[in-house]
Design a protein around this ligand. Structure first.
Ligand code: 5GP
Ligand code: MN
Length: 318
């Protein structure tokens, strides 16, 4: 066991009341990592508070333990853990009273190691994959419920094992998780394929507005699109996965207007020579080379102009 694993194991074993948090607008890896680690710690007798400030979206409520997720913690923890977050800002308000977390487990390229103990593996396709690899060394057992959560993180962040960072190890981990009791067919369908009618109508609004210029395919989803379609989330309903499959786009972008006066941006590229996280960082966001995001305060039309101009620069360089 390496020193970092030993230190993490020590902190986990001595703690009693453990707080685990992940990012706002949580995706399958944020939720699967939070629940996978949380349930495994409960199984060794720890009191665990699992907190997502936006709660669990209905599309992930099939996951074991999802009914335990809180929006705000109830009691002061003696150990805090952040999973799948590249910076403290992404956590929302959950750690406001405690400052830097004790442990950070993540796979983001742009992670600034903001915890006391930082387990960050940027080559890993999912935080769930990092956990899968290290939890046994921390004395934690991957039960079938833990396995279902970790497999969900792996499936969703690799878009069904097709991202560039998917490795033979990712597939072996998935096979191990299946053997431990996770149902690939149902978790894959529920996590990545099935959509509600309102989400599909919301996609229709975004697809109806698709634009193309200079290698960039983009679209915007406005608050009005959301209201008309009846979509209840504040995200793009994963439309970015469709937009980024368009052959003409070297980079694809979605702008999602938010009720709080910001615009949520998602960037994707299939080109291994491009790094969209560098553009996201310019707007105080972050992510990976192939997938990045940012929340920018301001008005949609003006933000579109700035973001398209900055994104155009990395295309010109390459
Ligand atoms: P998405 O576009 O799906 O929201 O995010 C793509 C990737 O970028 C994910 O790995 C996500 O965690 C990261 N990301 C998205 N938005 C932000 C942000 O505002 N700040 C940071 N640091 N990372 C982000
Ligand atoms: Mn992730």
């Amino acid at each position: 066991m390496n020193d970092l694993d030993k230190s993490i194991a020590g902190r986990l074993q001595t703690a009693n009341n453990i707080l685990i948090v992940s990012h706002v607008r949580p995706d399958g890896d944020a939720i699967g990592s939070l629940l996978g680690l949380g349930l495994a710690l409960q199984a060794i007798g720890k009191q665990v508070q699992m907190v997502l400030s936006d709660g669990v979206p209905s599309s992930f409520r099939h996951l074991p333990g999802s009914d335990q997720v809180l929006r705000v913690q109830k009691t002061p923890p003696d150990l805090s853990i952040v999973v799948d977050c590249s910076d403290l800002k992404r956590v929302g308000k959950a750690l406001d009273k405690y400052g830097a977390p004790d442990i950070v487990v993540d796979h983001h390229f742009t992670n600034g190691a903001f915890g006391t103990l930082n387990l960050i593996e940027p080559e890993s396709p999912a935080t769930a994959s990092v956990l899968c690899q290290h939890m046994p060394a921390w004395g934690l057992t991957i039960t079938s419920e833990v396995a279902a959560n970790l497999l969900t993180g792996l499936i969703t962040d690799t878009l069904g094992f097709r991202t560039l960072n998917t490795t033979p190890l990712s597939l072996r981990q998935a096979a191990d998780l299946m053997e431990l009791g996770a149902n690939l067919n149902s978790l894959y369908t529920l996590g990545l394929v099935r959509r509600t009618l309102t989400a599909a109508r919301y996609w229709g609004a975004g697809l109806g507005n698709l634009q193309y210029e200079g290698g960039i395919v983009w679209t915007a989803l406005t608050l009005a699109d959301r209201a008309r379609s009846g979509y209840s989330g504040n995200d793009d309903a994963d439309l970015i996965n469709v937009v980024s499959s368009i052959a003409e786009g070297l980079v694809s972008i979605i702008f999602v207007e938010q009720a709080n006066g910001t615009v949520k941006i998602s960037w994707r590229t299939q080109d291994p020579n491009l790094d969209v996280s560098q553009v996201a960082v310019k707007f105080n966001g972050g992510g990976h080379k192939a997938a990045a995001g940012a929340d920018i305060p301001g008005n949609l039309a003006e933000i579109k102009k700035r973001v398209l101009a900055e994104t155009g620069k990395i295309l010109k360089k390459s």
